[in-house]
Design a binder for this molecule. Sequence first.
Ligand SMILES: Nc1nc2c(ncn2[C@@H]2O[C@H](COP(=O)(O)OP(=O)(O)OP(=O)(O)O)[C@@H](O)[C@H]2O)c(=O)[nH]1
Ligand SMILES: [Mg+2]
Length: 231
Amino acid sequence: MHRTRVRVVEDALDANNTIARANRDDFDRSDVTVLNLMSAPGAGKTALLERALAEPLPGDARAGVLEGDVQGSMDADRLAALHVPVVQLNTDNGFGGECHLDANMVRSALGHLPLDEIDLLVIENVGNLVCPAEFRVGEDARAMVCSVTEGEDKPLKYPLMFRACELVAINKSDLLPHLDFDLDKLLYNVDVVNPGVRTIVTSARTGEGVEELRRWLGELVARRVPATVPG
Ligand SMILES: Nc1nc2c(ncn2[C@@H]2O[C@H](COP(=O)(O)OP(=O)(O)OP(=O)(O)O)[C@@H](O)[C@H]2O)c(=O)[nH]1
Ligand SMILES: [Mg+2]
């Protein structure tokens, strides 16, 4: 019984990976770098994107955003004001209200994205510290936002998410003076689960760290190796 359950989970992840590779081929054909951006609900993914994408990115990389939410278009509406292409994907709409995006959901949105007109696609995943890290969607890189209101222990309690990412933005730094929060302890815990991972302390309120985040996004696009997928 137990073994059957494990097999089913493995099959589901295999199927997801197959679709993720198909997404990846489509992204490669259009030469688009893809970032899967994850966090707990409300850590500040959309607020940081509003700041980071307000000006053209370094290297004039053109960005687009795929907004994943269970319901509603509030985040997409916020970002649409920036004049970057934004597509809203609701998991409530035919995907059972899932708490994460998977490769098939992203695939269903590809036709709505102007892939040939962008260099970077940021996929804002559904706010959740567990499931999004388990599903590849065809991305080149994964990053997460961890806000200072969440507690220093989160890397130790949700290690997969912290381990899956190559950048951790530690957001809401403007609130530090008002909190009983030890930033060094959080940085230490992040390093324990993902040694050497890049961290940027950010505030979508004051703009702290946003230039560094923008530079990182530019570097992500610049490091892309041109793909050899048949057209
Ligand atoms: N003080 C402060 N508030 C912030 C900061 N970043 C985001 N917020 C606030 O935190 C709340 C959640 O921000 P969002 O950007 O919606 O967070 P999110 O991660 O996109 O949330 P979901 O998409 O629902 O998972 C909003 O009220 C923001 O104004 C920050 O750096 N400092
Ligand atoms: Mg959001």
